[in-house]
Ligand binder design. Sequence first.
Ligand code: HEM
Length: 147
Amino acid sequence: MVQWTDFERATIKAIFAKIDSAVVGPAALSRCLVVYPWTQRYFGKFGNLFNADAIRSNPNVIAHGKVVLDGLARAVQNLDDIKATYAELSVLHSEKLQVDPDNFKLLADCVSIVVAAQLGKDFTPEVQAAFQKFLAVAVSALGKQYY
Ligand code: HEM
């Protein structure tokens, strides 16, 4: 089981208390779709993903970005059992959506970049270390039901 220090717990919770999932989520998902264009293949039914502007203003991308961030917030509420919290979500991504799990890390990195930009000088190396650890655990849990 993952061990969290008091600082890590407090830091992860403070970040999620501070950020707006309806801002960070769409920004991170659209960044992922632009920077790693092969990730677009899973969102065929989302409509126009023709260029960066189209991706950023696509209402489906905006809505789904919030869904993803709210999914991460669920892990924050269950830091001591992220694996069980994500069991169903992992099955969904592997069996139904067939998302290559390498992509989880790419989206997580985009979340980091957007959060870093929002937090500015408060995103110290220590804060980043706690946040990256959280994201790594979430990514690993999402990949758990793959075989
Ligand atoms: C940080 C990692 C991720 C989290 C926390 C996450 C979370 C979620 C959540 C909460 C849902 C909604 C599930 C439901 O409706 O019950 C979802 C759906 C979905 N996810 Fe992920 N996801 C992640 C990464 C990815 C990646 C990297 C891709 C593809 C590149 C992806 C593709 C999809 C697709 C295609 C859907 C269904 C969208 C729809 O039809 O509306 N996810 N994800």
